[in-house]
Write a protein that binds this ligand. Structure first.
Ligand code: SAH
Length: 343
């Protein structure tokens, strides 16, 4: 085990069999976490970058089997934020020191390319020192180009799983892994800082699928890698599936840190949902980003991708204070910075 960790740390490309041992390891993961933390500190010190997350619509034309805001969930209470609400969420975040805003949503056709571009332009005009990240799903290349030309800096699009057969188990037939990958390569080619990623412990996922994810990431070399445990949502076809575990998610975070020393790795809300100290443990396992929620309360309780999501009734300012404390007590510090990738 120790030898494998050292090999990963020295940037050796491990064969599948070795990755398998690291991923499936049962026992003390402290040495793995410590190695990941060391690599993270070499590159990023103890800095933690914050991204102000604005969940601006929960209306979605897609029907992903795992997701609580899938179009077939007739019980979901749907909302859209107005441009004014989005801008005032940014203002709120700016005051708290955030220098990145993430606009995330379902694939909502109401937000045309022009509407998205106009939002990006307004945010960039008002906060030229901030990065704008979009996370609004699969689009034609021309749309991505338009967002980029409007000033968007980054784009998050988790690949969800790099195995075709597994992708089929998680999505309806009209969604294709090949298109998701095409999107990621287009985004990169256009010049975005790109984020990929996957859920840990999604139904049908084994170590083999996780290795495929790592191999795909080696090929794509994204700037950000977002992972978090799969958590069932009671109004989806996966209502009765098992949730991903804390242990495996933390191990995957550390393996990612060792394989991709430069990567921006969030300690996600999903990780904080399955354990009260999930995000703190995530930081100690190699994560260096947190994504506090800036969505107004009236809306954010309806952005329920999975059950028991935390911080659903908290004011953004309260969340911010709480997160800063969590970061500090874990031995790191929140910085007011765009937090660009350090390759
Ligand atoms: N529509 C955008 C944003 C999706 S929401 C897009 O397609 O990229 C962001 C992420 O939440 C998804 O990529 C997915 O990985 C994660 N997610 C969705 N449902 C989840 C669940 N039940 N448990 C854990 N994570 C989930």
């Amino acid at each position: 085990m120790e030898q494998l960790i050292q090999q990963l740390k020295s940037q050796q490309n491990l064969p599948d069999e070795a990755l398998q041992i690291l991923i499936a390891h049962e026992g003390d993961d402290a040495p793995l976490f410590a190695a990941a933390d060391e690599v993270r500190k070499e590159r990023y010190g103890i800095d933690v970058f914050l991204r102000g997350l604005i969940e601006f619509t929960n209306i979605c034309k897609n029907d992903c089997y795992y997701c609580g805001i899938r179009r077939s969930n007739a019980q979901a209470e749907r909302y859209r934020l107005t441009p004014e609400e989005i801008l005032s969420s940014c203002e709120n975040g700016y005051q708290m020191g955030f220098r990145t805003f993430v606009l995330q949503g379902g694939e909502d056709p109401y937000y045309t390319d022009d509407a998205v571009c106009s939002l990006v332009e307004q945010i960039k005009a008002k906060y030229p020192d901030c990065a704008v990240t979009l996370s609004i799903g699969e689009k034609p290349r021309s749309s991505y180009q338009a967002y980029f030309d409007a000033g968007a800096d980054r784009y998050l699009l988790r690949h969800e799983t790099a195995s075709n057969a597994h992708y089929r188990k998680l999505h309806p037939p009209e969604l294709r892994l090949a298109n998701r990958k095409r999107c990621l390569y287009d985004l990169k080619d256009i010049g975005f800082q790109v984020g990929a990623g996957f859920m840990v412990g999604s139904p049908g996922q084994t170590t083999r699928e996780l290795i495929a994810d790592l191999r795909f990431l080696q090929e794509l070399k994204p700037d950000m890698i977002g992972i978090g445990p799969f958590i069932p949502h009671h109004q989806t076809p996966f209502a009765h599936e098992k949730q991903g575990t804390l242990e495996l998610t933390l191990r995957m975070l550390s393996i990612l840190r060792l394989m991709f020393p430069y990567a921006l790795l969030p300690a996600t809300t999903a990780l904080g949902t399955i354990s009260p100290i999930g995000r703190e443990l995530g930081l100690k396992a190699g994560a260096n980003v947190m994504m506090p929620n800036l969505t107004p309360i009236r809306a954010k309780k309806h952005y329920d991708l999975y059950d028991n999501k935390i911080c659903m009734d908290e004011e953004a300012a309260k969340c911010h204070v709480c997160l800063e404390g969590r970061v500090r007590t874990s031995g790191y510090r929140v910085v007011s910075d765009r937090g660009d990738v350090r390759r």
